[in-house]
Design a protein around this ligand. Structure first.
Ligand code: MLT
Length: 246
């Protein structure tokens, strides 16, 4: 069954979870791996990110769209373009905690955004475990509420998958059809309003760019509240790293 969790609260156990936070956590994670970061360590809190501080690690994240004190950079995919270390530690309000929660409920967890839409669809169509599987696309949402841009992408994604779908997936596909371009959908969202207010308008257009990255961020393991994400691409799936997340 192809299902969509319209907010993170609707996350449930599934064979495969695809987590979405278009503005901006999954866009930043995909861009970081595309820029050459070896791993992205997603965490549920600012404090956990600070505990992970180590040589070669870059702390990225936000609270109310703004970089937390003591971090190296915000949650902007544009900042992730410039690789400043081996690993990006990512602490955000909704997206990163949803990734950690999904990793506890599904054996296969991928991260999707507009930047890697084609790559995620190709990866799902290739994976044998996906055919006939219970698959849930998880919209991170914003503080428990629906985020338009996440539902838009969920619908774009599920429309390209074969198989029976839930009403929530049909709702998402209807939302996707309602907007002529990705930028139209993102620009109409409340989260875009928050980014505009924070002076981060350029991130909206950046995150609306479709299928720029042949990168499928994949959770390879979890450890002490950290979901470790590595890239898979058209050459195959991510491999577990020997290094620990401490
Ligand atoms: C989140 O996880 O809530 C977002 O990615 C928020 C943001 O990017 O400002």
């Amino acid at each position: 069954m192809i299902d969509v969790a319209l907010t993170g609260d609707a996350l449930r156990t599934a064979d495969v979870a695809i987590v979405i936070d278009v503005l901006r956590a999954t866009s930043t994670a995909a861009q970081a791996l595309g820029a050459g970061y070896r791993r992205v360590l997603c965490v549920g809190s600012i404090e956990r990110a600070r505990e992970l501080r180590a040589d070669g690690r870059v702390l990225a994240g936000e609270r109310r769209c703004v970089m937390p004190a003591g971090f190296d950079q915000g949650n902007s995919p544009r900042e992730a373009l410039d690789r400043r270390g081996e690993e990006l530690v990512l602490a955000t309000t909704n997206g990163a905690p949803t990734i950690v929660a999904a990793a506890a409920r599904a054996p296969t967890v991928l991260l999707a955004c507009l930047l890697n839409l084609d790559a995620v669809v190709a990866d799902l169509l290739r994976r044998e475990e996906v055919h006939g599987a219970d698959l849930q696309v998880v919209c991170s949402g914003t503080d428990g509420a629906v985020a338009l841009e996440d539902v838009y992408l969920a619908g774009r994604l599920t429309a390209r998958l074969r198989g029976p779908r839930t009403d929530a997936a049909l709702v998402a596909e209807g939302v996707a059809r309602a907007f002529p371009t990705p930028l139209d959908a993102l620009a109409a969202s409340a989260d875009a309003g928050a980014l505009n207010t924070a002076g981060l308008t350029a991130d909206i257009a950046y995150c609306a760019r479709e299928s720029q990255l042949d990168v499928v961020p994949t959770v390879v393991s979890t450890s002490a509240g950290v979901a470790i994400v590595m890239r898979a691409d058209s050459r195959g799936h991510a491999r577990q790293s020997a290094r620990s997340s401490r």
